[in-house]
Design a protein around this ligand. Structure first.
Ligand code: SF4
Length: 242
């Protein structure tokens, strides 16, 4: 596990590493940059490079060792629903999450079609939050696939937001995260797009989390929207989990 600076979670847990790009949101993939860096540093887990998807059996033990309840982002360095991750391994990851009902596990994918396809074969529990990335209108079908899954808490990660999303169908969606791209050459995020999503969430009574404006200097750009910080999350009822 690793501490993380991602605002909407506490820890990252990576039973899978490596991935391949699938849509425009992947252009400046953070996991790719980090994998290259870790490989150059000689970290064994990343020795095969980013494009080789690897499963890590030993990582399955880690959640059993955490003492206090955690909020955990699963697979920040990959996509659990990548075609190269065997169904049997995804099932084992789900079993680990189910066994550890004292923690919240946030799983995020861009392979929402595979999620819908195998959802019935996964062992869902209340502490598994399932999300899909929605960076622009071209990929909103992922939300329909997410709705077909067995997850109790369903969320959208609109980051990096690279286009407007004026007609979001938020039925059965519990949480929306929005963020702009950062780095050397970030694609711009229009403030109207963000305000529009915030308004749609408000109208649909969906928790809204504004992560960052992004840009070349993301610290300076900050994360205030209309002079306010939006840190809403779905209710975490840890004692009722599983
Ligand atoms: S799906 Fe995620 S991890 Fe995979 S390439 Fe795209 S952004 Fe990177």
């Amino acid at each position: 596990m690793a501490q993380t600076s991602i605002e909407w979670t506490e820890l990252t847990w990576n039973p899978v590493t490596g991935c391949t790009k699938i849509s425009a949101g992947c252009k400046f993939c953070y996991a790719e940059v980090m994998s290259k860096r870790l490989k150059a540093m000689g970290v064994d887990k990343y020795k095969d490079g980013f494009k080789k998807v690897r499963i890590h059996e030993d990582a399955l033990r880690i959640p059993y060792t955490w003492k206090k309840s955690k909020v955990v982002f699963v697979n920040s360095m990959s996509d659990l629903f990548h075609k190269d991750v065997p169904l049997e391994f995804i099932q084992r990851v789900f079993q680990v999450m189910r066994d550890n009902g004292q923690h919240v596990f946030q799983v995020l994918t861009k392979r929402a079609d595979r999620l819908a396809e195998i959802s019935d074969q996964l062992s869902w529990s209340h502490n598994i939050w399932m999300g899909v990335s929605v960076e622009d209108e071209r990929v909103t079908d992922r939300i329909d696939f997410l709705r077909q899954s067995g997850a109790r808490v369903k969320f959208l990660s609109c980051e990096p937001l690279i286009g407007p999303l004026p007609n979001l169908n938020l039925k059965e969606i519990d949480w929306v995260i929005v963020g702009g791209e950062s780095g050397h050459n970030p694609r711009p995020m229009n403030s109207d797009w963000v305000l529009d999503i915030q308004e749609q969430c408000q109208q649909a009574n969906v928790a809204f989390f504004f992560k960052q404006w992004g840009g070349k200097n993301k610290k300076k750009a900050g994360r205030e929207l209309n002079g306010k910080t939006y840190d809403e999350m779905p209710e975490i009822e840890l004692q009722k989990l599983v």
